[in-house]
Design a protein. Structure first.
Length: 462
């Protein structure tokens, strides 16, 4: 078993959780709940931005611009998040195998990788913004507002990336509480700065973008400080910040498929957005509102999926495939139950919920239409989210990439092209999302039950 040149008591701190023993459901809930709350507060960054613009500035162009740039942001951030998920899987498997020296090498490799990628993605994001806005069919004042927001956002990308890799490292060893605490602080800070910059300094889109960037740097500072001061295998030591190429190859093996899947799927959504944007600002505003609530509904299943990834990673690291499969089954039941409970009031009170973000009657009308027609299909997403999370925890990200690219990119683009030429109506276009979810869930479920996680391990026995 590997050791780490720290205190012998520093192998595993009280914040870290060994998921290879004990009650499965309790582990999943205890891990997913703070992660859910943390993701909720992270969503508040962009959500508060759009709320302030929709209720304080009352500029439909600015509201639609900030709300509709998510596909552009996610195209770049998705690539990094995929790579960081590879780091999380490698760390969780080494941690489950109690190879703490390898955990530390993986941590330092992940940090150096993040610093390098931050430089590249910042430059690419600023350069590509005008071209991506053209692909989205975004023009005029809306495009001008979006350009301002994205330029400031990408300039501060390092803060977002450092927080996410640091939080991913902590979660890989079972600690989802402290990343949540940091996000609470920073979400509150973001809200205060939004109101200060917009209401007091009248900065508009520039103000909400700057508030987001500053808040993200605060969250990055807190999580990196935590890792610098840790007394466990996830401690960052400045003198050890270098890439271990053997571990880096393992991160790439898992991370590149996930990175390509997330970035290409997000890029395809730029074209989806262009179809929506054809119906002009009120429809764009309604879609923006729908996406804000959509993100909230997705959070529980995504949090449970991440819990499944860590659970499966740790248990396969200890060579316990049956316990890993039991954890996947429990995760799926938990995700579906939670999603059904949440989606019923959303359908019932759609206009009231939409009005919170933007009270304009036409915007609310479009948002309510999208919410009531698309929300019932969210239970399908639980299947592909949880099974994909389990497969990634097993180091099998390539299959997830192929399935999701077929479903969310190839199939969805063919569907949208066909619907746009058959009906001059936005609803058939919007239904491209549930159509893709259905196909992806069916294929993912079949594949998962065929391979049954196997005994995939990225770690070596010592």
């Amino acid at each position: 078993m590997g050791t780490i040149p720290l205190s012998p008591r520093g192998m595993k701190k009280r914040h870290e959780v060994d998921m290879t023993q004990g009650n499965i459901l309790r582990h999943l809930i205890a891990f997913a709940f703070p992660l859910l709350l943390g993701n909720l507060f992270q969503q508040l960054y962009n959500m508060v931005d759009t709320w302030v613009l929709g209720n304080c500035v009352k500029n439909t162009f600015a509201y639609a611009a900030v709300g509709n740039v998510a596909p552009i942001i996610n195209t770049l951030i998705g690539f990094f998040m995929g790579l960081s998920s590879g780091a999380g899987v490698v760390i969780s498997q080494y941690y489950g195998a109690q190879q703490y020296d390898k955990v530390q090498k993986a941590v330092h490799t992940a940090i150096v990788m993040t610093l390098c990628l931050a430089v590249v993605l910042t430059a690419v994001g600023i350069f590509a913004t005008p071209y991506l806005l053209q692909l989205m069919n975004m023009t005029g004042e809306t495009a001008q507002q979006a350009t301002v927001y994205l330029t400031i956002y990408f300039a501060g990308l390092l803060g977002l990336m450092l927080y996410n890799i640091g939080a991913g490292i902590l979660r890989a060893v079972g600690d989802s509480k402290r990343p949540f605490y940091y996000l609470v602080v920073c979400a509150l800070l973001n809200t205060g700065l939004d109101l200060l910059f917009v209401l007091v300094f009248h900065m508009g889109v520039e103000g909400v973008a700057l508030a987001t960037v500053l808040s993200q740097f605060v969250s990055a500072f807190l999580v990196v400080l935590n890792l610098l001061r840790a007394n466990s295998s996830v401690k960052i030591l400045i003198k050890k910040l270098k890439i271990d190429w053997s571990i880096f190859r393992k991160i790439i093996y898992v991370g590149i498929p996930a990175a390509l899947q997330l970035s290409i799927t997000a890029f395809s959504n730029i074209f989806v957005q262009s179809y929506i944007n054809f119906f002009k600002e009120d429809c764009m505003g309604g879609w923006t509102t729908y996406l804000k609530i959509d993100q909230l509904l997705f959070l529980p299943m995504q949090s449970i999926s991440l819990a499944a990834t860590t659970f499966v990673g740790q248990n396969l690291g200890k060579n316990q495939p049956e316990r890993a499969r039991e954890g996947t089954r429990a995760s799926l039941l938990l995700a579906m139950t939670t999603t059904v409970v949440l989606m019923l009031p959303v359908i019932a009170f759609a206009p009231s919920l939409a009005g919170v973000f933007n009270p304009d009657a036409d915007v609310v009308g479009y948002a309510s239409l999208f919410l009531r027609c698309l929300t019932p299909f969210y239970v399908l997403c639980c299947i592909n989210q949880v099974y994909a999370g389990a497969l990634r925890g097993a180091g099998n990200a390539k299959a997830c990439m192929i399935i999701m690219l077929v479903s969310f990119v190839a199939f969805r683009q063919v569907y949208l092209f066909a619907m746009s030429n058959i009906w001059n109506d936005v609803l058939p276009i919007a239904m491209g999302y549930p159509a893709g979810w259905l196909l992806c869930s069916a294929i993912t479920a079949i594949y998962y039950h065929k391979v049954r996680l196997g005994k995939t391990r990225l770690v070596e026995d010592e």
